[in-house]
Design a protein around this ligand. Structure first.
Ligand SMILES: [Zn+2]
Length: 401
């Protein structure tokens, strides 16, 4: 294993790779550190093959707990690129993971860690997608799962989660309420907390692998990557993965990371446009993009970390309106035949707004993250009246008019 320890991003203290959450000393986020010189040396000596992502994960291969999801497609969105006037537009189809969202990535790693630690019970606070992933992978790993979701979570996500066998509980109020209750329950009831903000340091390592896949599939790092952002672990994970690809000489440079939020929940985008380094939490956020409806209330330091990562990549953050998210969903479905939920279309809405703002070079390659499947939130799409007829050609002709 090349992972060496947990390093605090605030005070710099180091800890062993244990079941820790935030820094016991200062309360800040813990990041998994690696022995990169040894990793680079072994890669250059051919001891690690290209496409073997295991060395980039904090998992003990001796423990033999492999629950990694398969790679997802990176596809060229030719029709949409032509329509929008972009030279090369690529969709990373994370909605095609086994549970229908990118959350399979962080959860697979965290569940493997729970198994390594010998912990039999896992808990998560989630707006729905990580809930389903936690339930599914807990089942695969033979662990007991307890899932807390906001009361307003789409029924599809709740039913899917419960069907995998986990105990699901709805918590009144915004996502932040689930977050704090899960944190408390993990301590008092002795559960391993899988919550995919930055509380569990192992989850981001799963998100990281998506960047390695993109570089391998595209043959290079893109100029820009558009990412839907709630707290931002996906964006931070992607950035870490691209940095690793650069370090090992697989990519020439790290892409500009573009964090896209919804106007009804934009603490990070607001701080970016105000030129701030700290994020102000939003107490009662509201957007159709439930997967990123996270006001960071009580843990705004997560937003600070994402904001700093965006700036470190020379990227930017912006917010898009719910109408624009709806329009992006429609474009993805009608031009490319792909069905994503509102959160899954947020990144494309961000790219369209960036084009309007002149923030995209004409010959740049852009990757847009499509994060969640459309079947997970059916109430989000407007219902069209569908005619019913008999087995009768005349009736068919009439309804076709
Ligand atoms: Zn610390």
């Amino acid at each position: 294993m090349y992972a060496t320890e947990l390093a605090c991003i605030g005070c710099g203290r180091h800890y062993r790779l244990e079941a820790l959450y935030n820094c016991p000393e200062c309360g800040n986020i813990l990041d998994v550190a690696y022995d990169y010189p040894r990793l680079k040396g072994d890669y250059e000596a051919g001891r690690i093959s290209a496409g073997d992502f295991g060395p980039f994960l904090p998992l003990d291969e001796q423990a033999g707990v492999s629950v990694a999801p398969p790679p997802t497609p990176l596809i060229r969105a030719g029709r949409l690129a032509a329509r929008l006037g972009v030279k090369k537009l690529l969709f990373k189809c994370e909605f095609l993971n086994p549970t229908g969202s990118f959350k399979d990535r962080p959860i697979a790693v965290a569940v493997a860690k729970a198994k390594e630690f010998g912990l039999g019970r896992v808990i998560i606070a989630s707006s729905g997608n990580a809930a389903a992933a936690a339930a599914a992978y807990a089942g695969r790993g033979g662990l007991t799962g307890l899932v807390l979701v906001p009361e307003a979570t789409p029924p599809e996500k709740i039913r899917q989660t419960a069907f995998y066998g986990a105990t699901v509980v709805k918590v009144r109020g915004p996502y932040s309420n689930c977050f704090s209750l899960a944190k408390q329950a993990a301590t008092e009831l002795d559960y391993f907390n899988l919550t995919t903000t930055f509380i569990n340091p192992y989850t981001v390592e799963g998100d990281k692998i998506i960047a390695h896949e993109i570089v391998r599939q595209a043959g290079e790092a893109p100029a820009q990557v558009f990412v839907p952002v709630g707290a931002g672990p996906l964006l931070v994970g992607l950035h870490k993965g691209f940095k690793e690809c650069e370090l090992l000489g697989m990519a020439a440079a790290v892409p500009q990371m573009v964090g896209v939020q919804a106007t009804g929940c934009k603490p990070i985008a607001q701080a970016f446009s105000d030129g701030m380094t700290t994020v102000k939490a939003v107490k009662n956020p509201a957007t159709i993009a439930g997967g990123i409806c996270d006001g960071l209330y009580g843990y705004s330091q997560d937003g600070d970390y994402t904001l700093a990562t965006i700036r470190r990549s020379d990227g930017y953050a912006l917010a898009v309106a719910d109408e624009d998210i709806n329009e992006a969903m429609r474009l993805i479905a009608r031009e490319e035949g792909l069905f994503v939920e509102p959160s899954g279309a947020v990144a494309l809405a961000g790219l369209i707004q960036s084009l309007k703002n002149g923030q995209i070079a004409p010959d740049a390659t852009s990757v847009v993250m499509l994060t969640g499947h459309g079947l997970k939130d059916m109430a989000a799409i407007s219902q069209r009246e569908v005619p019913v007829i008999d087995d009768d050609m005349e009736q068919l002709k009439r309804v076709m008019m």
